[in-house]
Design a protein around this ligand. Structure first.
Ligand code: PGA
Length: 246
């Protein structure tokens, strides 16, 4: 059984391709080490960060679907577990955009991560031109991503998290409103509960979350937490975000 309580708020620190050295990574991790946190460093720093953590969980930023073999540059779910990770981010928009990850590839990654008993954080979100058309179009886009990205899963899984990260909000300094993020979270939960998983997964919001706006998202009952990029690279800023849970 999954030990995680449904009402708990989660904060994912998505460090992306930062910091530059293992030493800095360990220092940053120590400054962010708290119960509700999932720290996701680059692959080479996973083990060192994992050893430094006492309370936070360790996550990776990507996974490959194969178990072993001739896949140059890739890392399997079992390797992530061996490095100490319990979580993995899958389908981040930067990977979809810069690495050409397709929904078919993401579906394989989600399935591989869950099979290895990792908690999978699947990222979805609409681009700016769809956002401009309104909520209905944004919800339709996200539902389509969910259907494609979860096509390899057929049983209810408590280890699945959805990170709603509108593309126009990531790294832009312009977050979504908590009102619209909450509406999207409800749409995602209803969609998955009725159509695919028969289980409402936890939904996190990501995209320009900072110490100034975190409270809006973390106090929102429809959202189960936040995914933080840029602001997770500064322990003080991150600690203030954490403090807005209570
Ligand atoms: P940001 O990134 O907080 O820097 O906008 C969020 C993310 O990409 O997960």
């Amino acid at each position: 059984m999954n030990p995680i309580m449904k009402s708990k708020k989660f904060i994912v620190a998505n460090w992306k391709m930062n910091p530059q050295t293992a030493r800095e990574a360990v220092r940053l991790a120590r400054g962010e080490d708290a119960n509700n946190v999932i720290i996701c460093p680059p692959f080479p720093f996973l083990s060192a960060v994992g050893r430094a953590l006492r309370e936070a969980s360790l996550g990776a930023q990507d996974v490959f679907w194969g178990k072993e073999g001739a896949y140059t540059g890739e890392v399997s779910a079992a390797m992530l577990r061996a490095a100490g990770a319990n979580y993995v981010i899958v389908g981040h928009s930067e990977r979809r955009r810069f690495l050409g990850e397709t929904d078919a590839m993401i579906a394989e990654k989600v399935a591989a991560g869950l099979k290895e008993r990792l908690n999978v954080i699947l990222c979805v979100g609409e681009p700016a031109h769809i956002h401009k058309k309104g909520m209905k179009s944004a919800v339709a886009h996200v539902k389509r991503q969910l259907s494609l990205d979860l096509q390899k899963i057929c049983i209810p899984l408590s280890r699945l998290f959805i990170a709603y990260e509108p593309l126009w909000a990531i790294g832009s300094g312009t977050p979504d409103t908590s009102h619209d993020a909450a509406r999207m979270a409800v749409a995602i939960k209803n969609h998955l509960a009725s159509r695919i998983l028969r289980l409402a997964p936890r939904v996190l919001y990501g995209g320009s979350v900072t110490s100034k706006n975190a409270r809006n998202f973390l106090q929102c009952k429809e959202l189960d937490g936040a995914m933080v990029g840029g602001a997770s690279l500064h322990s003080n800023e991150f600690r203030t975000i954490l403090s807005s849970i209570t």
